[in-house]
Design a protein around this ligand. Sequence first.
Ligand code: NAD
Ligand code: MLT
Length: 319
Amino acid sequence: MPVVDIKNVLVCDAVDSACVDLLKSNGINVEYKLKLPKEELCKIIGNYDAAIVRSDTKITEEVLEAGAKGNLKAVGRAGAGVDNIDVNAASKQNVIVLNTPGGNSISACELTCLLIGSLARPIVPAGQSMKEGKWDRKLYSGSELYGKTLAVLGLGRIGREVGIRMKTWGMRVIGFDPITTEAEAKAAGIEKMSLEEIWPLADYITVHTPLIPATRNLISTETLGKCKKGVKVVNVARGGIIDEAAVITALESGQCGGAAFDVFPEEPPKSEVTKALIAHPKVVATPHLGASTAEAQVRVAVEVAEQFIALTGKSKEFT
Ligand code: NAD
Ligand code: MLT
């Protein structure tokens, strides 16, 4: 790997302080400047050799051009996806893009499992009703996960971890992935099959793919129509993999029995469709919390710092 001269790093989002401590202890200057408007970011980014983001700051073509006119040589994402970084524009500007793909997988997996549970048992509305002074036992009856079929679409790091855990709850876990082999799926307790075989079998569907043209609206009016009546869907991957308008219609008709969303096409959500989805009584929504645990944030912070230190050609020193 070529040695890259990184002396000054700009941290644009709320990355754990473990990242700053590690960079500083390796002689790299770090400045935190959160929630910078795009114009301000463009003005100053060229003063730094590298920038670190989570998902809030958008590293667009304009930002990269401005940075590359100055010193910018690398951008690091303390997280898995690099959706908020224009990777093509970065290549054009010879700016290296780094990410930390595995650091938050367990946290994202655990949130997924909790959301599946919250669709089986109406914990969220029942808890809210108690805060309102009510005691409605009949209203909040649920169903067991035991014996039900969970379909996992995307059998990568997170999808497989979800399969392993939900299998121990007595669910049959089936799944689809164009790359993961049958043997790899089986090792996680997942029966690999085609999407057409999956739709009529699933009681729950959880998506764990990147958002790419092939996965946009993977769950749609058409595919929901092929499912059992009352199928429940979960998206802790990326907004847009499940068509939100299709889910609202299916919730109204009963074709969909409940839905949980951690991610949205636009964050924070502004569209009327997303707002209607979040407000729906059969929907559990969380504000992109998949990676929001103490453990995951330390892990991704350390991993991104280690990668920058490796770029400089030094071996890391811990304080
Ligand atoms: P991964 O790369 O390990 O796995 C993704 C899998 O999707 C791969 O195995 C790939 O072959 C598969 N895939 C690609 N196209 C597919 C298709 N058309 N149909 C089915 N499968 C397909 O990724 P990961 O680390 O498991 O992350 C999964 C998703 O979760 C990503 O979108 C990531 O950005 C997101 N994520 C969200 C949070 C959060 O906070 N909510 C946290 C971490 C990751
Ligand atoms: C990721 O891609 O790692 C997640 O979406 C989590 C995050 O943005 O913090």
